[in-house]
Design a protein around this ligand. Structure first.
Ligand code: HEM
Length: 467
C-alpha cells in the first residue's frame, strides 16, 4: 500500500511539475502581438515532436493555429510560415532586416565568409563572384564538357553489379564539383578530401558542442584540414609557371574577370560553399529520380526515348553539348517533378535583426523564421493529383516560373546553382538510362523527413541496356 501511495505521489508530482514547466515556458514567450502557437518545454521546445512527426506536426499546428504560428524548434524561438504570400515577402525582405538564420554550427564550420553568413555588400560580392562562375556561357563552354567527361567515367562499369545508388550519387556530386572547381578527379587529393568533407557535412547538422568525439568537433577539425588542402592548392597554382586549364579556381584567383576580387580566405569559403550547397541537393535529387523512374516505367520509357534520340544524332562516344542539354525538355520536367514530389528542400531559415511586423503579428528581434515551403508542393490547385509522379505536368504550363515555385528558394537568395545542378543531374540521367537497366534489390527504407535519405543505402541491380 505504501509503495502504491509513493508511486501515485511521484506520478502526480511529475505531472504537476511538467504542467508548471510548460505553463512557465508559455508565459515566458507570451508577448503581445505574437502569432498563436505552443512553445513546448523549456530549452528543448517542441523539437522532439517536430523531428518525430515531421510534416504532420506542421500540418496539425497549422490546423490549430493557422498558416503562421509560433513554436520553439531546433534551439530557437521560431515563427513558422506556411503562407505562400508571406513566404515570398520574407524571401524578398533581406534589406528590411530579415537575414539568413542558419544554425551556429553550420556557420562556424562553413566559415565566416560563407555566403549564408554575409549580407549587404559582402553578400553582393560573394554572390556576384559565384554567379559569374556558373553563367550560361561558362556552363556551356567549360563546365558541361567537364561534367560529361566525369559522368562517362563515373558510370563506366556498373554492369552486373549491385550498387548503392545513394552512395554513388553522393560521390558523383562531390567529385564532379571538385573536377569543375580545380580539375581534381581521381588524384590522391580527392581521396584525402572525401572523408574530411563527409565529416564537415555531419558537423554542420550537429549541436554546437565542442568536445572530443562530437560531430561538431570533428566537423571543425575537418574544416581545418580542408582549408589547409585548398590553401596548398592555391599556393601551388600561384607558384607554378605552367598555365592551367581554366576552371573555377583559376577564375576565382584571377578575380573573375577582375570584377570580384576575393581574398584567399574568401576563395576557400566560396569553394566550400559550392561543394556544400550542391552536395546533398544534387545527389538526393538524382537518387530519387532513379527511384521514381524505377517505379514508373512509362516515365522511364519517355525519358529514355529523349536520350536515345540524342544519341542517334551523334557518333558513338561523342560528348553531350549545350544544344543536347537544351533539348532535354522531358528530363528537366522529370527533375522538377522529382524535387517537388520528394521535397528535397523543406524550406529555408531566416532570422529577424529587429522587432518587425509580419502579417499583422509583431515578431521580436532575434527570432528565427522557418519559411516552410513543403506543403506548397502538394497544393492540388497548383499541382492537380499532387501525390502522383507526373513529369508531363511541367510541360503543359511553365510551372517553374509561377510565383510559388520555391524548390530553388526565392528572392535575393534564390539558388545561383540551379542551372548547374540541373545540368549535372541531366547528364547523369543521360548516361544512366542510355547504358543501363536496373531493378531495386528491395527492402531498403527511405526516410522523407527531416531530410530525404535511405538510412541503409538504396541498392539496385544494374545490367546493360543492350543485353
Ligand atoms: C537540385 C539542386 C539544388 C537545389 C534543389 C538547390 C536549392 C537551393 C535553395 C532552396 C536555396 C535557397 C537557400 C536560402 O534561401 O536560404 C539555395 C541557395 C543556394 N544554392 Fe542551391 N540548390 C541546388 C543546387 C546547387 C548547386 C549545384 C550549387 C553550386 C553552385 C548551389 C549553390 C547555392 C548557393 C551558394 C546558395 C546560397 C545563395 C545565397 O545565399 O545568395 N545550389 N539552393
Amino acid at each position: 500500500m505504501a509503495v502504491l501511495i509513493v508511486i501515485i505521489g511521484v506520478v502526480l508530482g511529475v505531472c504537476l511539475l511538467s504542467t508548471a514547466l510548460l505553463r512557465w515556458n508559455e508565459m515566458k514567450y507570451n508577448k503581445k502581438g505574437l502569432p498563436p502557437g505552443t512553445m513546448g518545454w523549456p530549452l528543448f521546445g517542441e523539437t522532439t515532436d517536430f523531428l518525430k512527426q515531421g510534416p504532420s506536426f506542421m500540418k496539425n499546428q497549422r490546423a490549430r493555429y493557422g498558416s503562421v504560428f509560433k513554436s520553439h524548434i531546433l534551439g530557437c524561438p521560431t515563427i513558422v510560415s506556411m503562407d505562400p504570400e508571406l513566404n515570398r515577402y520574407i524571401l524578398m525582405s533581406e534589406s528590411k532586416g530579415i537575414l539568413p538564420g542558419y544554425p551556429q554550427s553550420m556557420l562556424d564550420i562553413l566559415g565566416k565568409s560563407n555566403i549564408a553568413a554575409v549580407h549587404g555588400p559582402a553578400h553582393k560580392n560573394m554572390r556576384g563572384a559565384l554567379l559569374s562562375l556558373v553563367s550560361p556561357s561558362i556552363i556551356k563552354h567549360q563546365i558541361l564538357p567537364k561534367i560529361d567527361e566525369f559522368m562517362t567515367s563515373h558510370l563506366s562499369n556498373w554492369t552486373d553489379q549491385i550498387i548503392d545508388i545513394q552512395q554513388k550519387t553522393k560521390e558523383m556530386a562531390l567529385l564532379s564539383s571538385l573536377k569543375q572547381i580545380s580539375g581534381i578527379e581521381s588524384s590522391s587529393l580527392s581521396k584525402e578530401f572525401m572523408p574530411e568533407f563527409c565529416k564537415l557535412v555531419l558537423g554542420t547538422l550537429s549541436l554546437p558542442i565542442n568536445l572530443p568525439n562530437t560531430n561538431y568537433h570533428r566537423g571543425l577539425q575537418a574544416r581545418k584540414n580542408i582549408v589547409r588542402m585548398l590553401g596548398e592548392l592555391i599556393d601551388e597554382r600561384r607558384n607554378s609557371k605552367e598555365t592551367h586549364e581554366e576552371d573555377m579556381l583559376s577564375l576565382l584567383m584571377s578575380g573573375v574577370d577582375n570584377r570580384y576580387k576575393l581574398s584567399d580566405e574568401e576563395i576557400i569559403d566560396q569553394i566550400i560553399t559550392i561543394l556544400y550547397s550542391g552536395y546533398e541537393t544534387v545527389s538526393t535529387t538524382s537518387m530519387m529520380a532513379v527511384k521514381y523512374l524505377h517505379d514508373h516505367p512509362k516515365v522511364l520509357q519517355e525519358l529514355r526515348k529523349e536520350h536515345l534520340g540524342i544519341r542517334e544524332r551523334k557518333l558513338a562516344g561523342d560528348p553531350l553539348d549545350w544544344e543536347d542539354y537544351k533539348s532535354m525538355k522531358f528530363t528537366r520536367a522529370v527533375i522538377f517533378e522529382t524535387s517537388r514530389l520528394a521535397t528535397i528542400v523543406n524550406g529555408v531559415l531566416r532570422k529577424t535583426t529587429k522587432e518587425m511586423e509580419l502579417n499583422g503579428f509583431v515578431i521580436p528581434e532575434g527570432w528565427r523564421i522557418y519559411v516552410y515551403t513543403r506543403e506548397i508542393n502538394y497544393d492540388p490547385c497548383l499541382y492537380p493529383d499532387p501525390y502522383t509522379f507526373n513529369p508531363w505536368r511541367w510541360l503543359d504550363r511553365s510551372l517553374d516560373v509561377q510565383n510559388y515555385f520555391f524548390i530553388f528558394g526565392g528572392g535575393t537568395r534564390q539558388c545561383p546553382g540551379k542551372e548547374l545542378g540541373i545540368a549535372e543531374i541531366s547528364t547523369f540521367l543521360h548516361y544512366f538510362v542510355t547504358k543501363y537497366r536496373w531493378e531495386e534489390v528491395g527492402g531498403d527504407k527511405l526516410m522523407k523527413f527531416p531530410r530525404v535519405e535511405a538510412p541503409n543505402g538504396l541498392h539496385i541491380r544494374v545490367s546493360n541496356l543492350s543485353t
